[in-house]
Design a protein around this ligand. Structure first.
Ligand code: FES
Length: 346
């Protein structure tokens, strides 16, 4: 292992792995440097310019693209840096819809956080805000909306879709002031190759990509997705006794925070009034509710009638390894057949 790099950020000695950037080293040491286009899952592109720092000697540099070097001395604030940052933030804000209080991202918006950090001048903002930044909202996706008037063009969604998901449903459309994130041919998202995984939505640092009907959870429950055999880890957001959202568990080795459309958005069945919560038995051609004792007695009777080759067991990827093991054991030892199959093989 190469030796660690020693550097100083804001008079604080820091140790960093070789190859990391100044921004990563600062964040790892709990030192905040404003950043909008940086995401730890993506390669840095350095487009927002908000992570500007001063390298000793007064040279400004973008922290997200500057690798750490031995004995480097960094200052994250200073008259020149502060001025660059403030102007950059103000130019973003004047083109951004100002409905923060009703925005799904309120209080967890990076732009809001940076504006508070740099201390923008409200009077200057009012002067700069000449034309109302009203742009269309793409509401075609059943799970999330894309509000162009809140987009800061950081490109995190575009890079997530292309570099991480390999789908490339969205990119930058048009040029200059008209630039916006959109689909090929600027069609509705549902007319693109978007798979609705929502990976762009969870990474959006502002409220441009936001889940529909967002409800703030009051607590989270760590669990495992029930949809398939991958076993993705997730945190279910709960408010009262209802699940109101889902986010991936970044510590789970199966998915490292990623989820598919079903895992992320397909939880409405939990509270669906037609959800099956008990066994049904067919009587005179009709399915009628039964209790578990009655249902299990019926199953045992039928099993007794169908020992041997007339019996087959079909198991599921949703079961645990142990449950699948027990089913094959029951089939072979009790039912006397090797007719065992599994939905994941089909
Ligand atoms: Fe470095 Fe945007 S975070 S330029």
């Amino acid at each position: 292992m190469p030796d660690k790099i020693q550097l100083t950020i804001d008079n604080r000695p820091i140790e960093a792995e070789p190859g990391t950037t100044v921004l990563d080293a600062a964040l790892a040491a709990d030192l905040y440097i404003p950043h909008l286009c940086h995401h730890p899952d993506l390669d840095p592109v350095g487009v927002c310019r908000l992570c500007m720092v001063e390298v000793e000697g007064g040279r400004p540099a973008i922290a997200c693209r500057t690798p750490v070097a031995q004995d480097m001395v960094i200052r994250t604030t200073g008259p020149q840096i502060d001025q660059i940052r403030r102007v950059s933030v103000e130019l973003l804000i004047v083109n951004h819809r100002d409905d923060c209080l009703s925005c799904a991202q309120n209080n967890s918006c990076e732009l809001q956080r940076i504006a508070t950090y740099v201390g923008v001048d409200q009077q200057r903002l009012d002067r700069l805000r000449r034309t109302p930044a009203q742009r269309d909202v793409d509401t075609s996706n059943p799970f999330f909306d894309l509000d162009h008037s809140k987009c800061v063009l950081c490109g995190i969604c575009v890079r997530t879709c292309g570099d991480l998901q390999g789908v490339s449903a969205i990119d930058f459309n048009y040029r200059g002031f008209d630039t916006k994130v959109g689909t090929f041919g600027d069609r509705a998202i549902t007319e693109s190759v978007c798979e609705s995984c929502g990976e762009c939505v969870v990474r959006c640092p502002v409220g441009a990509l936001a889940p529909k009907d967002y409800v703030q959870p009051t607590r989270e429950v760590k669990t495992v997705c029930t949809y398939c055999g991958v076993g993705c880890g997730m945190h279910m957001g709960v408010r009262g006794d209802r699940v109101v959202n889902v986010r991936g568990d970044r510590d789970n080795p199966a998915n490292r925070g990623s989820l598919c459309v079903k895992g992320r958005f397909g939880y409405s069945f939990i509270h669906h009034p037609e959800r099956l919560t008990g066994p049904l038995i067919r009587k005179d051609g009709e399915l009628v509710e039964a209790d578990w004792d009655e249902a299990l007695d019926l199953i045992a009777d039928r099993f007794a009638q169908h020992k041997g080759e007339t019996f087959a067991a079909m198991t599921s990827a949703k079961c645990t390894n142990e449950e699948n093991y027990l089913i094959q054991k029951l089939s072979r030892v009790v039912m006397g057949t090797n007719n065992v199959d599994h939905c994941a093989r089909l």
